[in-house]
Design a protein around this ligand. Structure first.
Ligand SMILES: [Zn+2]
Length: 77
């Protein structure tokens, strides 16, 4: 279960992201999911996590995937 989610997220990162335009730093999975201030508002609609470990331990996978889908759409506007 966890392995499958991590694989999905890795594929999304490689195919869609390179650098965060707001923070000017590498767009890693960790940055998107817990660090990015630009995505905070969108993130808070789906879940609240204090760290990447907190996120994977406590947040349901579909919420994480829904958030990523919304951020991709958001970035394309
Ligand atoms: Zn950022």
């Amino acid at each position: 279960m966890d392995g499958a989610i991590a694989l999905d997220i890795d594929m999304i990162e490689v195919s869609s992201y390179s650098e965060c335009r707001t923070c000017q730093c590498p767009l890693t999975v960790k940055h998107i999911l817990v660090e990015c201030v630009d995505l905070k508002d969108v993130q808070n609609k789906h879940f609240v996590a204090s760290s990447i470990k907190d996120l994977f331990d406590n947040i349901e996978a579909h919420k994480i995937i829904d958030f990523i889908k919304e951020t991709r759409f958001y970035k394309q506007l």
